[in-house]
Design a binder for this molecule. Sequence first.
Ligand SMILES: *Cc1c(COP(=O)(O)O)cnc(C)c1O
Length: 427
Amino acid sequence: MDFENTAEFAHKLDVQDHLHDYRNRFHFPKYNGKEALYFTGNSLGLQPKKAKEAIEQELNDWAEFGVEGHFKAKNPWYAYHEMFTELLSKLVGAKYSEVAAMNSLTANLNMLLVSFYRPTAKKYKILCEAKAFPSDQYALESQAKLHEFNPIDAVVEIHPRAGEHIIRTEDILSKIEELGDELSLIMFGGVNYYTGQAFDMKEITEAGHKAGAYVGFDLAHAAGNLKLNLHDWDVDFACWCSYKYLNSGPGSVAGIYVREKHCQNINLPQLAGWWGHDKEKRFRMEKGFEPMATAERWQMSNAPVFSMAAHKVALDIFDEIGMAALCEKRDKLTGYLEFIIDEMNGKLEAGNKKLEIITPRDQNQRGCQLSIIAHEIGMELYNYLTENGVIADWREPDVLRMAPVPLYNSFEDVYRFGEILKSFFSR
Ligand SMILES: *Cc1c(COP(=O)(O)O)cnc(C)c1O
């Protein structure tokens, strides 16, 4: 598409955008009394306006019914989590039996690793991307130690080639082959939080299975950002949080996917709690864990209703729109931001190109986030943007991350960011 860096052009795209009005369903934070330009939906998604009412409903039911709310609440709490079965299955491309909303992300990751990292003396290596999110690195490290392996030896990180920022799929595939029989598990981010690179989950899964390894993904930056087909890709397990692209509130309830055949495998080891026990027998309070045959078997506790109330409101919006329409707008909107940044860079003197987009240029290898190395001016640019009401995000050592979120960002948002960027360079 041929973009233009003018207010009229941005306005025209907004008028043509069927999803434009969805932004009115969210609260935008203020900066100096004015609505901020919010580009950090990849870090904390905005609050849906209906979240308050939904949480109030549960507070009211709690006040009115006390413990009886488990059955008498408008949305009875004993089965509250079941509201997410269909919503999550559509969101990540899974069967109903393969998804569940529960716990928090890193807790789920560790819990799933207990089931899917089953090393032996020979087959014990874990392959992950370099610069995985620190929490994931710690989880892998701790799992290796739990099995008495040295994490430096057991956890193999794959890096971009020298001078490059993204990891080539061919390099991932050849690493998998090279590790061969030693490879026990592949655990990647679906989208790397730092570079914004979306990995080819289908290819990686296929190659992992050929090597006899389990393959799982942390979808924190992919859920609500990419069109996912976990079941068709044959992925073994995945987990994600709901407070980034999924707009369900800080620390809100997370989600898991486990491939059906593993859910049904009674011999698969796991950590257990009463909410994963056979539903019909749960309240008999008897000894002897009998896992459900769905992803709910990993569910340890009863539902965190308040955070789930917000989660429901947010997921209903995704369900209304569908990921296909969101991804179509995403590519256009992110393409527009890319164009604005490239144009600014083009205007700077040769030898003085300050803005380097390290996220893949190929739309099939990214979501809506662009990561930009602002050479020499990093923090200075970031601070200037903040002072001018742009909420972006700075990640050490040198990356500015921006996510124009198709659900609530507009082409005008991106245009206005471009104007602020221009004013920075013409100071
Ligand atoms: C955001 C994020 C986390 C955060 O984990 P919490 O348990 O939700 O605090 C972990 N991993 C990845 C890849 C993330 O992007």
